[in-house]
Design a protein around this ligand. Structure first.
Ligand SMILES: CC(C)(COP(=O)(O)OP(=O)(O)OC[C@H]1O[C@@H](n2cnc3c(N)ncnc32)[C@H](O)[C@@H]1OP(=O)(O)O)[C@@H](O)C(=O)NCCC(=O)NCCS
Length: 198
């Protein structure tokens, strides 16, 4: 019997050299209305570009999936400062995630596997993980399955969050949700910004 792609794909932590592929991932995640993906140049001009700009910062992290020697999908997360929050941000101490799989490889469990592995990585770095998703995007069921809850509604997007009480390893000794070097101001709103495309 043929094994599902999710099981035969290879997974590894994202690296600085994966930046070009992350732009490609973001391109496929942007809804253009025409059915055609946005160009990388167009994506770089959007506020959404903040999810890849300058990759890889010291506290960026994520997972790359590949098949047949080529990358096919990625899940990644980034801490945003309170001054320029991510669309799914609930705190500067909680990273905001992005998830994308190339169209021809969707529906075979790769996205679920990437997300589960990203949550595992996040447990070693923070007390939670958040995201913004269009309320019409069917991927919401995947997030719910992995334990994310809706905590806010921003325009036609939902903010979803998963938290845990303790970090798996190497976490700060404090139980504070403050990321090192960040002001502990809670939960900024991003009303007025363009809605996140996905
Ligand atoms: C969301 C995405 C990463 C899922 O990747 P995938 O490899 O297809 O994921 P899986 O096969 O593990 O399926 C997970 C969920 O994705 C959705 N999904 C499955 N096949 C899909 C497809 N062909 N197209 C869109 N969504 C699909 C389903 O909701 C599924 O949940 P279910 O199993 O409860 O029905 C992928 O569809 C994608 O890249 N979409 C565009 C970018 C995007 O929307 N990212 C999320 C932004 S918050």
């Amino acid at each position: 019997m043929t094994q599902p792609l999710a099981e035969t794909a290879l997974y590894r932590p994202l690296q600085a050299g994966d930046r070009a592929f992350l732009w490609e991932m973001l391109r496929w995640a942007v809804f253009t209305g025409s059915g055609e993906p946005a160009t990388v140049e167009a994506v770089k001009a959007l506020p959404l570009s903040a999810y890849v700009d300058g990759w890889m910062r010291p506290d960026d992290f994520g997972i790359l999936a590949s098949a047949g020697g080529a990358p096919i999908g990625a899940a990644w997360a980034r801490f945003f400062p309170e001054s320029t929050p991510g669309y799914g941000q609930v705190s500067s101490a909680i990273p905001d995630l992005s998830l994308s799989v190339l169209p021809e490889f969707r529906g075979q469990g790769v996205g679920s596997t990437l997300l589960a592995r990203l949550v595992h990585q996040a447990r070693q770095r923070a007390y939670g993980l958040s995201l913004s998703v269009s309320q019409n995007n069917p991927v919401r069921s995947l997030y719910r399955r992995l334990g994310f809850d809706v905590v806010d509604r921003r325009g036609d997007s939902l903010v979803m969050l998963i938290t845990w009480d303790t970090m798996a390893t190497n976490g700060p000794s404090s139980t504070s949700l403050v990321h090192p070097g960040e002001d502990p101001t809670p939960c900024p709103r991003i009303d007025g910004q363009a809605a996140r495309a996905t």
